[in-house]
Design a protein around this ligand. Sequence first.
Ligand code: PLP
Length: 410
Amino acid sequence: MAPLTPTAYDVDRIRWHFPALREGAAHFDGPGGSQVPDAVATAVVETLTSAISNRGGVTAAERRADRVVVEARTAMGDLLAADPNGIVFGRSATELTFQLARTLSKDWGPGDEVVVSRLDHDANVRPWVLAAEASAATVRWADFDPVTGELPPEAVRSVVTDRTRLVAVTAASNLIGTRPDVAAIAEIAHAADALLWVDGVHATAHVLTDLPASGADFWVCSPYKFLGPHLGVLAASPALLETLHPAKLLPSSDAVPERFELGTLPYELLAGTTAAVDFLADLALTDPSHPRRERLVASFAALEEHEDSLLATLEARLRAIPGLTAHSNAQRRTPTLLVTAPGHDPQDLRTALAERGVNAPAGHFYAWECSHHLGLGATGGLRMGLAPYTNADDVDRLATGLEEICGGAR
Ligand SMILES: Cc1ncc(COP(=O)(O)O)c(C=O)c1O
């Protein structure tokens, strides 16, 4: 096979595939949900308009449903470097975390401990806090540094004990972008015989996941953050899933991963997820004869370079605006910035930007503990996230807008 030679990241070509961009707004709202390429919409529509029924092997309609599920598990396996037989689909990352928290905590009791972090979205906090409460286990909090935005592995180590059953941590903060060292945290958790649950919802859209290398026992993500439809995905090793027994209907399959999937799967959304992974694999337009995982590796490298270079331009301009405070300061982070400006309510900044055709939302984005730990309470800040379709013109519109609203560059 010819060596894999990625082409330059062609953002114009990529943007052409996003019908939503023709409405004209500059989208910095990707961390809340990305825009969707035409191939994803087509896959959803084609699945809904083809003969399809419940999974089975007799009719073409049954076989189509079966194929859609197998293809989606394989696609997610490629995206996360995970075993397709350990891919579980659910309504959302939140729902999957709640469901697995109930299952994992069945044998927790007084004296057992669970570690959560203040850097996390509430979807990776509250399910564990509530599960701990229900089983009389103790919650221990790992704090990030609000000035640097860092959650060093030491902060986790200091709250892990020999009673820790599970550590729940984010692979990237959806509020300030910090990417903790998940592999180091995994070592700490495993040394204490605890499991590591990783919220990969924000990270999966920006950095290519390698589940074995991350050391995570569980990784959740949501395709609607990486160009796909609205659903949630959990990845774990099938052997680990075999040891767990969630509440399920009596007649439904007891096989792994099916026993974790409640009710009929949304086949059209699974087809859309496969299309999203295929689209990501082709971001750097590499030779389709190469395995999808290889193309994903090349494409994410190109995507990271693209996003990093736009982020550098954006940050340089924003940091020159008098009084503007950037709360995204960690060494390793996603291209997601949270800022506040004295005398400007974040919601007013958002509205003023929207009037200029720039979509950048404001708030705490359910990173409740994180926003409070930053001293921003329930108000939060203005959040700007880059996506595969962001271009230099978008960045210029955003930076110019904020310069005008906040009183110009220094
Ligand atoms: C980091 C992070 N975790 C979890 C979630 C919740 O994801 P879902 O909507 O799939 O439940 C989000 C959504 O914004 C998120 O950004």
